[in-house]
Design a protein around this ligand. Structure first.
Ligand SMILES: CC[C@H](C(=O)O)C(=O)SCCNC(=O)CCNC(=O)[C@H](O)C(C)(C)COP(=O)(O)OP(=O)(O)OC[C@H]1O[C@@H](n2cnc3c(N)ncnc32)[C@H](O)[C@@H]1OP(=O)(O)O
Ligand SMILES: [Co+2]
Length: 134
């Protein structure tokens, strides 16, 4: 069911500084910042030959990553995103297997304009998983 690794996300306290570090120190190709108010984050994507890194800072009062950054003020790896062909079939299989799908269970549109869902970290060995239909 899960396919390619789409991205690994890092929550950061200062997106501009993190973007600069990836561009200047690591010589990476970075996107312009993208505000995602419906997701409570502002993101930058770091393009890699075989995947992407999503750098994220909180956006707005109700950001889902505020709590994460309060626990880890210098930032840290936040989630991993796997690609799936059919997000509804993936969701139904995951629910049937007892996994908790976050939110109301209906896919939302992610940063790439594709449907995404998130799975509770406690159901996957402490790792927050995002699935994205490609
Ligand atoms: C979709 C747009 C974009 C894209 O790629 O296209 C994005 O990726 S947007 C990314 C931001 N959005 C989300 O992360 C949505 C899903 N996340 C959530 O709903 C929350 O972050 C949630 C529910 C996973 C955690 O929220 P919160 O930290 O406020 O809740 P708790 O403190 O109750 O946490 C419960 C429990 O989980 C542990 N936890 C929290 N975050 C993570 C994490 N990133 N990885 C692993 N574990 C995590 C937390 O420590 C608690 O554990 P406990 O042992 O009970 O302390
Ligand atoms: Co993501």
């Amino acid at each position: 069911m899960i396919g390619r690794l789409n991205h690994v996300a890092i929550a950061v306290p200062d997106l501009a500084a993190a973007r600069d570090r990836y561009a200047r120190s690591l010589g990476a190709q970075v996107s312009a910042p993208q505000a995602l108010p419906e997701h409570g984050v502002r993101v930058v994507f770091v393009e890699l030959p075989n995947s992407k890194i999503e750098l994220m800072e909180p956006l707005g009062e109700a950001s889902p990553i505020t709590g994460f950054l309060e626990k880890s003020p210098s930032g840290g790896m936040h989630h991993i995103c796997y690609e799936v062909e059919d997000i509804h079939a993936a969701r139904d299989r995951l629910v049937a297997e007892g996994a908790r799908v976050l939110g109301d269970g209906n896919p939302k549109t992610g940063a790439h304009g594709k449907p995404v869902l998130f799975l509770h970290p406690k159901d996957f060995d402490g790792c927050l998983i995002e699935i994205e239909q490609v």
